[in-house]
Design a protein around this ligand. Sequence first.
Ligand code: HMG
Ligand code: MG
Length: 290
Amino acid sequence: MDKVRIYEVGPRDGLQNEKAIIPTDSKIALINLLSEVGFDTIETTSFVSPKWVPQMADAADVLTGIDRNPDVTYAALTPNLKGFENALTADVDEVAIFAAASETFSQKNINCSIAESLERFAPVVAAANAEEIPVRGYVSCVAGCPYEGDVAPAAVRAVCERLLDMGCYEVSLGDTIGKGTPKTIGQMLDEVLKVARPEKFAGHYHDTDNRALDNVALSLDYGLRTFDSAVGGLGGCPYAPGAKGNVSTTALAHKLAEDGWATGLDFCRLADAEHYLKTVIATPAARTQG
Ligand code: HMG
Ligand code: MG
């Protein structure tokens, strides 16, 4: 059976959009459960400004508090050198830099233009290379921007090319607001695959209009074999109004299995993690503690 890699982003993308602060211990317990599911990588948290995303203020405590499974790579978002240095101190295994194909989204999300963001990422990649830490790149708004509407596939391609040239081992293509359709995702892939092979890309499809699984199926036809998803289908970017959750890991894993793909995931353990997440999100006490 051919393999598809599911890249679990729930503890980061899933939780960052939760308004009420989730206790650090609950985040750690969730990641510990996810660590037994069979993912090769779990995106655990973000080393971003706590003023911008208060939910991620405990990044270092989360990353240093988990029980590490030696088979799992624990990744985190790092928007600048400060974030990278904090992540390194917390013993991160992999970092991600995150750019956008829309100028307005870039300003709203990371307070700088696309060009400035790429300048800011270069020293992060250099520092990561020096520590032999792999760097993943994200491009947001690949199929539409919450502020600008349509985004030209050529704009997505240009940012992908810069991130790959900079040394990212993979670029994750973020349909941040989940408005992509097989038609628009196909047009975007036609363009980005001009700069690199499909193995260099991942699909990161939010599921606002329930099209994420269709977009995954289309992307598989284009040769992509890595897809981001979040346990419980949680997620959204605080700076992307209207964005809904990532495609649910359970839905994605089951669909891939039905279609004959191997994911290496243990569905029972995944269900345990999802069940635990629901108790964390649903418990009012958990939602109000620091
Ligand atoms: P800024 O305000 O321009 O930063 O924010 P600054 O360099 O001017 O610094 C201002 C203050 O922030 C200073 O503190 C810095 O020390 C501090 P002060 O002197 O005022 O006390 N600071 C930091 N603190 C902790 N960690 C840091 C850090 N950097 C500066 N790393 C910045 C610029 C990028 C930091 C800010 O805009 C930010 O944190 N943005 C993050 C927004 C975010 O996390 N968005 C969600 C993730 S992206 C996403 O979800 C999309 C994705 O899923 C793909 C998709 O779906 O499309 C990946
Ligand atoms: Mg996202």
